[in-house]
Design a protein around this ligand. Structure first.
Ligand SMILES: NC(=O)c1ccc[n+]([C@@H]2O[C@H](COP(=O)([O-])OP(=O)(O)OC[C@H]3O[C@@H](n4cnc5c(N)ncnc54)[C@H](OP(=O)(O)O)[C@@H]3O)[C@@H](O)[C@H]2O)c1
Length: 279
């Protein structure tokens, strides 16, 4: 695999959930742990990452900055400014990757104090089981080869789609960033229905989870649209048709769409930008 031959050194700032998920995926895909450097305030998290994956750790980012090709900022948006201001003078030739929601490339550049190449990514929590969906935007000054490597880093924890305009990350946030919660909400409802029909909680959960997983996998693998796949399960007068007609008549599709558009508007508001109007 191409990634295993890469000589690039990665430095992660932050050692929490997302950093751990990405590091786990990379090591599993044979990215050399000796080329992964992790910095964060938590001695416990650093120790855990070192023991589990063999990555290099330090409390001081300056230990790594002379030897970093890709700098991954995996901290919460609230601390991003102070982290960038401290790192800025030391970033040298590194390409900066931020996974923080709502922090723009302009803000990152201002806080870093330099016109560094920046990539913004929006992964989601299924990255923890390497089934993440990541939307990625790269500024114009990111080298194509580096961008390819960064895409392969996120491909180690799921699927990656590049967007061509930074504003599209608001839609990515609303669709796939927040999306796992929509899936969990549907699961909750399916499990509750299973139990109302007399199935055990365990059986309901197992069947509901596998059903959504299977439907998504089938839709991903199939050349047919989800609408066609749905139609094929709906024999006239059958059980599926009964359920789908009930959802349709009660505005299921409109409700899901307007929920996602609300999240989209919220993403603009949280970033201090004017949200788009909904027709
Ligand atoms: N989780 C998601 O679903 C998701 C999805 C997309 C994007 N994101 C983005 O991913 C980023 C990280 O999220 P997360 O869920 O991984 O959060 P997290 O588990 O809280 O991890 C944040 C890490 O940053 C560390 N940290 C705090 N201040 C620091 C500093 N000054 N210097 C270096 N490290 C510092 C924290 O250490 P301590 O624990 O010791 O404070 C922690 O290890 C966020 O910006 C979020 O917007 C998350």
């Amino acid at each position: 695999m191409r990634m295993s031959h890469s000589n690039e050194r990665l430095t992660f700032i932050g050692s929490g959930n997302m950093a751990t998920a990405i590091i786990g995926g990379l090591v599993e895909k044979k990215f050399p742990p000796a080329q992964i450097q992790v910095c964060g305030p938590s001695a416990e998290e650093l120790e855990r990452l070192n023991t589990r994956y063999g990555v290099v750790t330090s409390h001081e980012a300056s230990d790594f900055m002379n030897d970093t090709d890709i700098l991954l900022l995996c901290v919460k948006p609230q601390v991003m400014q102070s982290v960038c201001e401290a790192l800025g003078p030391h970033t040298r030739e590194a390409t900066v990757v931020s996974i923080a929601a709502g922090v723009t490339t302009d803000q990152l550049r201002t806080w870093l104090g330099r016109d560094v190449p920046i990539v913004r990514c929006m992964p989601n929590t299924p990255a923890m089981v390497h089934e993440g969906a990541t939307g990625l935007y790269a500024a114009a000054n990111v080298e194509p080869r580096t961008l390819e490597l960064i895409e392969s880093l996120f491909a180690a924890i799921g699927r990656v789609r590049r967007v061509s305009a930074e504003a599209e990350l608001h839609a990515v946030t609303a669709l796939s960033g927040s999306g796992p919660a929509y899936g969990f909400y549907l699961l909750e409802a399916m499990i509750a229905a299973g139990q109302r029909m007399g199935l055990s909680a365990d059986t309901s959960k197992e069947l509901a989870c596998q059903t959504l997983l299977g439907a998504a996998s089938l839709a991903q693998a199939s050349e047919d649209a989800p609408a066609t796949l749905k139609q094929r399960v709906m024999s006239p007068g059958g059980t599926t048709e009964q359920a789908v007609f009930h959802l349709r008549d009660n505005g299921f599709s409109e409700q899901v769409q307007s929920a996602i558009l609300k999240a989209w508007q919220r993403s603009y508001t949280l970033a201090g930008e004017e949200p788009p109007r909904l027709d």
